[in-house]
Design a protein around this ligand. Structure first.
Ligand code: PLP
Length: 394
């Protein structure tokens, strides 16, 4: 094991797992694979207007005016985008970032010392392990529970809180469970956090993606919080299907006497990096304005794929499609014949790449996580292959 000169923020073991090895081999042999892990919207067959990025070339971008939170015009554009969704956030409470991942890092620096803890949903997005580790904070899981729909184990969150807990991460809708945090859950959690001076980081990057109309009627309105400190995260990566453009944001809500000192300190952190490029800030209003077209295509695709998946799974009683309310992923519960790892490796051999539940820390086996982004025909072929493979093994 390599110990020096590297920090323990980066994993000591960089070895690849069996699924990656199987994938590398399939690609080396030139085998055709249907990728049901696809999370890159720019490679999913959506139509982007060819001049969508033209605003990035505007001469405004030639003038550098460093502002820790970003140009006020861009922050106002983000505030206007929240207003379009019926959410009020003053531009002065918005900080621009290069991505949501960077926003997490900035907030961990703001809120936590090395060794402090942040509470992270389980199952959830595997990047949290790296994001927390790279900032020297410990990620403590709290559970989401499934009973015909996902709920937050609120009592479990309370039990997981310690003197070193600095933030509670909520992901709504969550990746990969597709569950929105409900208003009731949020009210209880935010009261609990405000009492203990624990900040809430609400990752709402998928907020505009529901798999059927009305799925998010009961979703928490995090920016209505008037107690404690609530930081909502968003970005063009998901809302406009433009991960390569690198524009995200943090919006703050809560009690004024919590927001003010947080903004003062966050300003210092953002000023240290000044990571958001001027051309993207100058183009923010136009990019946000034309996001709707791509977003609509993604919304239509994920809803259609989820419906098709539900129909296919209905004819295979051994499998269950878990209820998804939003986001870009769906979860299939499948019979445990061997390990999840054996199953996903064998699926690569059958021509389909899919993620195993253990990547997302599902409490037990066997789950498969599929992306709802692939083009419908490809998605349908991939799902048919998975279900046939499972039926054959029963
Ligand atoms: C829940 C969640 N948050 C954040 C991100 C990353 O977003 P960004 O590209 O803005 O860093 C992802 C990416 O898949 C995600 O699933």
């Amino acid at each position: 094991m390599v110990r020096r000169p590297f920090s323990s923020r980066v994993p000591a073991d960089l070895g690849v797992n069996r699924l990656t090895r199987a994938l590398q081999q399939a690609r080396a042999e030139g085998r055709r694979l249907i990728d049901l892990t696809l999370s890159n919207p720019t490679q999913a067959g959506f139509e982007y207007p060819s001049d969508m990025l033209a605003p990035l070339a505007h001469p405004r971008g030639l003038i550098y005016e460093p502002q820790p939170f970003g140009l006020i015009a861009a922050r106002k554009a983000v505030a206007a985008d929240y207003a379009r969704r019926g959410i009020t956030v003053p531009a002065e409470r918005i900080a621009l970032t290069a991505s949501t991942s960077e926003a997490y890092s900035l907030l961990f620096k703001l809120l936590a010392d090395a060794g402090d803890e942040v509470l992270v949903p389980r199952p959830s997005y595997p990047l949290f392990d790296h994001l927390s580790q790279l900032d020297g904070v410990a990620a403590t899981p709290y559970d989401l529970e499934y009973h015909d729909g996902w709920t937050v184990d609120v009592a479990g969150v309370e039990r997981a809180m310690t003197d070193r807990t600095r933030a509670l991460l909520l992901v709504s809708p969550n990746n990969p469970t597709g569950s929105f945090v409900s208003r009731r859950e949020f009210d209880r959690l935010s009261a609990m956090c405000a009492d203990r001076d624990i900040a809430i980081i609400a990752d709402e990057v998928f907020a505009e993606y529901q798999v059927r109309p009305g799925a998010c009627v009961d979703a928490a309105r995090t920016m209505d919080a008037r107690d404690g400190l609530v930081c909502s995260l968003g970005g063009l990566s998901k809302s406009a299907g433009l991960p390569q453009v690198k524009l995200g944001w943090i919006a703050l809500a809560g009690a004024d006497d919590r927001i003010r000192p947080a903004l003062e300190r966050l300003e210092l952190i953002c000023d240290t990096y000044l990571s958001v490029s001027t051309p993207v800030q100058a183009a923010a209003a136009e990019l946000l304005a034309c996001a709707a077209g791509v977003r609509k295509q993604i919304q239509t695709r994920i809803a259609a794929n989820y419906r098709a998946l539900a129909e296919c799974v209905e004819s295979v009683p051994a499998c269950t499609l878990l209820v998804t309310e939003g986001g870009w992923y769906a979860v299939l519960q499948v019979p445990t014949i061997g390990s999840e790892e054996d199953l996903v490796v064998s699926l690569v051999q059958s021509g389909v790449l899919v993620h195993p539940g253990f990547f997302f820390d599902f409490p037990r086996e066997s789950y498969l996580v599929v992306s709802l982004l692939p083009p419908e025909a490809e998605f349908g072929d991939g799902v048919t292959t998975i279900l046939r493979r499972i039926e054959r093994s029963l």
